[in-house]
Design a binder for this molecule. Structure first.
Ligand code: GCU
Length: 670
């Protein structure tokens, strides 16, 4: 039976079809290598119910050998394709098994993958695998506040803070680090990008002591921490008259601060910065550019090998809905493209995957493929801010799979998944991913137990963006529920969940018909007359924004091929047609039906599909632990209420606006 706390590390006896020697020989190493050995022993206990006997390395023994690839290759008659940085090789021979990392992180990932493959029943004599992460940076962002709340968190309070200070359970953090590391995560930012109240004190001596304790736990698992900082700290904390990045006293203040921070956390990955965004201070306040701001901070952390993650979520959040010439979707490109090539080499831009804000369906932002001389990563969201708050099930690897296969230039190797590579001077590589996480103090970590699949899926896809949503759903379901009919059904439910959610949500990429602030449930005109710049402008005749060259010109930020594709009704992907175009309701869609009929149809279908998921779940009652069954059941019930609300409010809204009837005569409320 499922123990939710254990996630994909269930205690479940496996009968392997090959010999797993009782002896383990591990090379001496530093703390990550030690952790790898501990994880191996722990995992074998869990899956094979014996405790491996540790012996000194002797290749005459029938044993499992753990170590660094180069050393193992030299000493033993073992070889495999050589793994690259943080990569590993696994080889299962007749009476020997080798798990070899390129480095200590690689070894730890190798041990975890060995255990996961063992649990999946995928290992056999003669098995060999050499794998290295595609993305160098695989980052988790916590939006945790020091009062213990989590911004956009739906799984209980913070794992790290309470009542204005650090407050964590070391064992729980270790278990968390294990979960993250087992999927390949190697960086974590520990506090909200909105650095307010007590969080400003995180970079002071008193708080750094505890931050160092937290960093020490993650370090054992190969994970380095980032700290989110407030750009205004020199005046709000340091009592300087300014935070102007070009003021020498400000640069000095940051340099000294960095020195202090690195005393406590010598391997700190660096700072994460939200500047000039939604009210946060930034260089614009001093008429400086984002280069000025980021480069000044980069200089401060440079002596310690630190990096600056600088977010590109910069837009005018005081927009006037009356002004149709201004398009928020253009903002990141307009701000950052002109600065390409002007950032220091230890600045990495962190760009949200879409031009808006983690919507259920958005195009990939045009900065990807347009930044040619600036280091950058892509920001995703695992926490379900706009995708159902972990009440509704929404399996997110579907979204990520679409993103990965987006072709930025229709050229050679120009799909996102092909552009992810380590930093290399002069190239437009995407160096990896950061994602806002969905975890909290809830016993099952993610509120909705099945939302664990999103956490697992993010790590797997960040490691290898070519993995498919289907492959990951299968892995996660089998690891969590065993290889049986229950996991098959759960895999199906997961896969059904995103299409259903998208259908009952805002139609065809129009975005933001959601309840303001909370972002759960429908409110079709909730953002229509607000300052946030996210309008759909539906009237009696048409809906959507013309973002082509005849409209706001947003499409022209893309490469020529994509600009053409999005501009042309015929080639624009239909699931995004209302993001790019303003269309009359009688516009004929590819299935021959009108736009309005498609809106009605998708909303009826989405709601029916949510109801079918509930029934699928009910059929599993006798196969699941009661607590898990009931907690997910209650969420599916709430999801059904939500789906009905979306269906009826959207359909009624458009019916009222247009007076057009559903051709199939289904119930649409007056
Ligand atoms: C969204 C979200 C905020 C968050 C912001 C960000 O606007 O609603 O809660 O602070 O994104 O990414 O910085």
């Amino acid at each position: 039976m499922l123990k939710e706390y254990d996630c994909w590390f269930q205690r479940r006896k496996v009968i392997p079809g090959f010999i797993v020697p009782q002896i383990v020989c591990a090379q001496k190493g530093a703390e990550v290598a030690l952790q790898a050995l501990k994880e191996y022993v722990k995992g074998i206990n869990r899956l094979l119910e014996f405790t491996p006997v540790q012996k000194k390395e002797d290749f005459n023994l029938s044993a499992v050998f753990l170590g660094i690839y180069d050393k193992l290759e030299k000493a033993a008659s073992f070889s495999c394709t050589r793994p690259a940085k943080e990569g590993f090789a696994i080889k299962v021979e007749e009476n020997k098994i080798f798990i070899a990392g390129n480095d200590e992180n690689g070894l730890l990932y190798g041990v975890f993958r060995f255990l996961l493959l063992l649990a999946l029943g995928k290992l056999h004599t003669g098995f060999q695998l050499s794998e290295s992460p595609v993305s160098p940076l695989r980052i988790i962002n916590h939006w945790d506040n020091f009062d213990g709340t989590v911004e956009r968190g739906y799984a209980g309070n913070s794992l790290f803070y309470k009542d204005g200070r650090f407050d964590f359970d070391d064992q729980r953090i270790e278990d968390y680090a294990r979960l993250l590391s087992s999927t390949g995560i190697n960086r974590i930012s520990i506090n909200n990008v909105n650095v307010r109240d007590k969080a400003k004190l995180l970079i002071t001596q008193e708080y750094l002591r505890d931050a160092a304790r937290l960093a020490a736990i993650f370090r054992r698992f190969g994970i380095k921490i980032f700290i989110s900082i407030n750009f205004g700290a020199p005046w709000s904390l340091g009592k300087l008259p300014t935070a102007d990045p070009l003021d020498a006293s400000v640069a000095k203040w940051w340099a000294q601060r960095a020195k202090l921070i690195y005393k406590f956390i010598p391997d700190l990955a660096g700072f994460l910065v939200k500047a000039d965004s939604e009210g946060e201070p930034g260089p614009f306040q001093y008429n400086r550019t984002h280069c000025d701001g980021a480069n000044m901070l980069a200089e401060a952390v440079k002596p310690f090998g630190g990096e600056i993650l600088w977010r590109c979520f910069v837009y005018n959040c005081q927009q006037d809905w009356r002004d149709k010439s201004f398009d928020r979707a253009r903002a990141a490109y307009d701000h950052f493209k002109p600065l390409d090539g002007k950032f220091s080499s230890n600045v990495i831009l962190q760009i949200k995957f879409g031009p808006y804000d983690f919507q259920v369906r958005e195009p990939v932002a045009p900065l990807f493929g347009a930044l040619l001389k600036t280091r950058h990563i892509m920001e995703l969201q695992i926490t379900q801010e706009y995708t159902g708050h972990q009440i509704d099930l929404c399996y997110l690897p579907w979204i990520w799979q679409d993103i990965m296969s987006f072709d930025t230039a229709h050229g050679e190797k120009s799909r996102i998944m092909e552009m992810i590579k380590p930093y290399c001077e002069g190239f437009s590589n995407i160096e990896g991913f950061a994602a806002v996480v969905n975890t909290g103090l809830d016993k099952n970590w993610t509120g909705h137990t099945l939302a664990q699949a999103n956490l697992y899926g993010y790590g797997r896809m960040a490691w290898n963006p070519c993995l498919t949503a289907k492959e990951i759903a299968n892995e996660w379901s089998v690891l969590s529920f065993g290889k049986n009919q229950t996991s098959e059904k759960i895999e199906k439910i997961l896969l059904d969940s995103y299409p259903a959610y998208e259908k009952y949500n805002a139609p065809f990429g129009v975005c933001f018909m959601v309840t303001p602030n909370s972002h759960y449930g429908p409110n079709i005109e909730g953002y229509e007359f607000s300052r946030w710049g996210t309008y759909h402008r539906a009237d009696a005749n048409a809906i959507g924004i013309d973002r082509t060259e005849k409209g706001t010109g947003y499409t022209q930020q893309y490469s020529d091929g994509n600009a053409k594709m999005f501009c042309d009704h015929a080639s624009c992907p239909e699931n995004l047609i209302l993001f790019f175009h303003r269309l009359p309701y009688d516009y004929k869609m590819k299935n021959g039906q009108s736009l309005i009929q498609n809106i009605y149809d998708t909303h009826f279908e989405g709601c029916d599909e949510a109801a079918a998921m509930l029934e699928d779940w009910k059929s599993l009652k006798d196969h699941l632990e009661n607590e898990v069954y009931e907690s997910v059941l209650s969420r599916f019930e709430r999801q059904n209420t939500n789906a009905r609300d979306w269906r009826d409010q959207i359909n009624t809204y458009f019916h009222r606006k247009t007076g057009i009837k559903d051709v199939r005569g289904r119930k649409i409320y007056d």
